[in-house]
Design a protein around this ligand. Structure first.
Ligand code: MIC
Ligand code: SF4
Length: 641
C-alpha cells in the first residue's frame, strides 16, 4: 500500500488498535519533552505513578517558560525539576538554554521517531520528519513510564507546495495562509503533511516554523519529509548518523489536499485576537505600532533573527516602537553573537531578552494600555500578552522589521530591495547547558520548596450528578481563558489551590468563588472548547473546584483528553440549539450515569423546567474506564494493584 509519511511513522509505532479512521490507537513513544510550566505536574504525576526510571529512548526536561524569578517560586520549581530529572533519568536543559522546541530540533529530534511533549507546540519536530504530538503532562508521565499514548487515528491532509518564494515572503506566510484558509478548527483530528516541489526551498528551521503553527490549526501533528535538506541540517548539528530518509510513497492517498503556490504568497499577518484572522499585510490599515517582538518557538531561529538584523542594518528602530528580541536557543544566541549579528541588533535599538518564551506567554514586555504589538509568535489570544486591551498581530520577521523601522504595520516590500543574505557559516554547536542524568538516580534526593504542593486527587465519578451551571462560555474558548498564563499566575503552576483563584478570571472574576460555594458543577461552552495550549491545569483546576462535566458544541483534542485524564466528563450537545437554553445558575441532573455511559447518549434533566437535553460522550472503553475511576491517576493505580 502507498503510505503517507504520517501513516509510515504511525505503523512503525502501532501497538494497540487498527489504523482506521476515528478508531483509537495506542502508539509507542520514543522520546518525551516537558517544559517547566507543565513539567512540575508531569514529574509529580510520575512520582505518584510510582515510576522509578523513565523507559523511553530519551526524555528531556526543559526550563523555558518561567525564568523571570520574581519571587522564590520559579527558582524552586527549577530546583525541583533538576533534581527530579536526575532522579528519574531525564536530560535537563537548564534555564537560559532555550525554548524546548528550538533546542529539541537542534539537539535531539530524530526523523521517523515519535515525540510526546507536554506542550502544544511539540509538533515543531515535524520540521525534521519526526512525529511530535502535544499532550497533557499526565499522558507524558505515562509515556515516560513506558506506557502507550492513545489517540484517534487521524486523517491526513496534504499541503502541496509549488513554486518559489518571491522576495520578502517566507515560511510564516505559508502557515498564515493555511490558517486563513482552514481556520483554527481546520486541523482538528488531522495530521498535516507537506510535500511537492516547493519543499526544496525550505530549510529545516523554516519547516519548523510551519509545523509549529500547525498547533494553531488544532492539528494533531504536522510533518515534513526527511530529505537531503534534513540530512544537511542534522549534519550541521553534528548528528548525521541520526538521519534517515522518510518520504511519502508514490500515489499515497490523502483525505484532503490543498495547494499553495509560493510565487503568489505575499507577506501576511493575523489580526487580533485569533491566529486565523489572516490577511495580506497590504490589506491592513497602516496602524501605528507600539511594540515589535521577535523570537518564540515559531520564529526564534538563527535565520529569523539574522533576517531581522539584515533588514535593520545601519538603521534604528522607530522612536515610538519598543523592539524586543529573544533568541530561541542559547546556540542560536551564541552563533549570532560570534558573527556580530547581536551587535548589529543592539545598534539598531533592539532590547535583547533572555533566551526563553518570555513575552509569548505574558512573562514580561506587556504592551502599553490599548497598545498594538506585532509579534513573530504563534498566538494572539486576548490578554495573553499581559495587557488585557492590547492588540497583537502575528507575522514573520520581515513584517516585524518593517513595523520596527516605520512605526506602523507596513508591507515590507515598501522597504525596497530584499537584502542580500550570505550563506551562514557552519553553526557552532553547544550543549554544555544540557545535563545528562546519572546512570543510577536512586540516591538522588528530590528537592521540594514550599511552592511544590501535593497533587489534588479526584473521587470516583458518582452515579447521580446534580450540577449547577457555573459558566456559559462562547466558541473557541482557549486554555488561556480557562487558566491564564503571565508572570503573576504561572509561578503557581505547582500549587493548585493558589492557582485555582484565577480560573476563568478573564471571562468571569467570580467563577472560582461561585464554583467553591456551589460545591462544583458544570461548564457549558460553544465550539472548539479548550483550543490552544496543552496545559492540564485547565482541566485539573476545574476538577479541583468540583467541575464534573463540560457540555460543549465541540472540543479541542488535547484539552478533551486532559478532561478525561482528570475525570471530568466531556459531553457534546446532540442538538446544538440546546446550548441557547442554558444559563448560569441552572441546575442539571444526570441520573443513573454508570448505566447511561454504556450507551453513546446521556440524558441530562434541566431542573427548572424538567426538560431534557441529549448529549453524546464519544468516549472509547478505555476513556470510559478512566472517567469512571475519577481520572488517569486513579485508573492507573487501580490497574496496577
Ligand atoms: C503556550 O504556548 O500556551 C504554552 C505556554 O507553551 C503552553 C503550555 C503551558 O501552558 O505551559 C502550550 O502551548 O501547551
Ligand atoms: Fe513558549 Fe510561546 Fe512556544 Fe508556548 S508558544 S512554547 S509560550 S514560545
Amino acid at each position: 500500500m502507498a503510505d503517507s509519511i504520517a501513516y509510515k511513522i504511525l505503523k512503525e509505532h502501532l501497538v494497540e488498535g487498527k489504523l482506521e479512521k476515528n478508531r483509537e490507537i495506542g502508539i509507542r513513544i520514543d522520546q518525551t519533552l516537558t517544559q517547566d510550566a507543565t513539567g512540575t505536574l508531569a514529574y509529580l504525576q510520575l512520582e505518584a505513578l510510582g515510576i522509578n526510571r523513565v523507559r523511553t529512548e530519551l526524555s528531556v526536561s526543559y526550563v523555558d517558560h518561567n525564568t523571570l524569578q520574581n519571587g522564590f517560586e520559579n527558582a524552586d520549581d527549577h530546583r525541583y525539576l533538576q533534581s527530579a530529572a536526575a532522579r528519574f533519568g531525564v536530560w535537563f536543559s537548564r534555564p537560559g538554554n532555550g525554548i524546548c522546541h528550538q533546542v529539541h530540533l537542534e539537539r535531539f529530534g530524530v526523523p521517523g521517531k515519535t515525540l510526546l511533549g507536554s506542550d502544544s507546540h511539540t509538533p515543531t519536530a515535524g520540521g525534521l520528519g519526526m512525529l511530535g504530538i502535544g499532550a497533557g503532562g499526565l499522558d507524558v508521565a505515562v509515556a515516560m513510564g513506558g506506557g502507550l499514548f492513545y489517540l484517534n487515528t487521524p486523517e491526513v491532509l496534504k499541503v502541496h507546495l509549488i513554486g518559489r518564494f518571491s522576495p520578502w515572503a517566507g515560511a510564516k506566510d505559508i502557515i498564515l495562509e493555511i490558517l486563513r484558509r482552514l481556520t483554527v478548527k481546520g486541523g482538528i483530528g488531522k495530521i498535516i503533511e507537506y510535500g511537492g516541489p516547493g519543499l526544496a526551498g525550505l530549510t529545516v528551521p523554516e519547516r519548523a516554523t510551519i509545523t509549529n503553527m500547525g498547533a494553531e490549526l488544532g492539528a494533531t501533528s504536522s510533518l515534513f519529509p526527511s530529505d537531503d535538506l534534513t540530512r544537511n541540517y542534522l549534519n550541521s548539528q553534528g548528528r548525521k548518523e541520526q538521519w534517515r530518509m522518510i518520504e511519502a510513497d508514490q500515489g499515497a492517498e490523502y483525505d484532503q489536499e490543498i495547494t499553495i503556490d509560493l510565487n503568489k504568497l505575499e507577506p501576511m499577518a493575523a489580526a487580533p485576537h485569533s491566529p486565523d484572522a489572516v490577511k495580506p499585510v497590504r490589506e491592513f490599515e497602516k496602524i501605528k505600532v507600539d511594540q515589535v517582538a521577535v523570537g518564540s518557538c515559531t520564529n526564534g531561529s538563527y535565520d529569523d533573527l539574522r533576517l531581522l538584523a539584515e533588514i535593520m542594518k545601519g538603521q534604528v528602530v522607530h522612536p515610538d516602537v519598543s523592539l524586543v528580541v529573544a533568541p530561541g536557543s542559547r546556540q542560536v544566541y551564541l552563533n549570532l553573537a560570534r558573527e556580530g549579528i547581536i551587535e548589529s541588533l543592539i545598534a539598531s535599538g533592539a532590547r535583547i531578552l533572555e533566551t526563553a518564551c518570555g513575552p509569548c506567554i505574558g512573562v514580561g514586555q506587556a504592551p502599553p494600555s490599548g497598545g498594538i504589538s506585532v509579534r513573530t509568535f504563534n498566538r494572539n489570544f486576548p490578554g495573553r500578552s499581559g495587557t488585557a486591551d492590547a492588540r497583537v498581530y502575528l507575522a514573520g520577521p520581515a513584517v516585524a522589521a518593517a513595523a520596527a523601522l516605520t512605526g506602523s504595520l507596513t508591507d515590507p516590500r515598501e522597504l525596497g530591495d530584499f537584502p542580500v543574505i550570505p550563506n551562514p557559516p557552519e553553526p557552532f554547536i553547544d550543549e554544555r547547558m544540557i545535563i545528562k542524568p546519572p546512570e543510577d538516580g536512586n540516591s538522588v534526593e528530590i528537592i521540594r520548596g514550599p511552592n511544590i504542593k501535593p497533587l489534588p486527587v479526584n473521587d470516583k465519578l458518582p452515579d447521580r450528578l446534580k450540577l449547577t451551571v457555573l459558566l456559559v462560555a462562547g466558541d473557541n474558548i482557549t486554555t488561556d481563558h480557562i487558566m491564564p498564563g503571565g508572570s503573576k499566575v504561572l509561578p503557581l503552576r505547582s500549587n493548585i489551590e493558589a492557582l485555582s483563584k484565577y480560573a476563568f478570571s478573564s471571562l468571569d472574576q467570580d467563577f472560582a468563588r461561585r464554583a467553591r460555594e456551589s460545591g462544583g458543577g458544570s461548564i457549558v461552552a460553544g465550539e472548539n472548547y479548550g483550543q490552544g495550549s496543552s496545559r492540564e491545569h485547565a482541566a485539573l483546576v476545574p476538577m479541583y473546584l468540583g467541575v464534573k462535566i463540560v457540555l460543549a458544541k465541540s472540543f479541542a483534542r488535547i484539552h478533551r483528553a486532559n478532561l478525561v485524564n482528570f475525570g471530568i466528563l466531556p459531553l457534546v450537545f446532540s442538538n446544538q440549539a440546546d446550548y441557547d437554553r442554558l444559563s448560569v445558575g441552572d441546575d442539571l441532573v444526570i441520573e443513573g450515569l454508570m448505566k447511561q455511559l454504556e450507551s453513546e447518549n446521556i440524558t441530562i434533566i434541566c431542573k427548572n423546567d424538567h426538560s431534557k437535553i441529549n448529549a453524546a460522550h464519544g468516549l472509547t472503553p478505555r476513556q470510559l474506564a478512566i472517567v469512571r475511576a475519577g481520572g488517569l491517576l486513579n485508573y492507573t493505580r487501580v490497574d496496577k494493584s
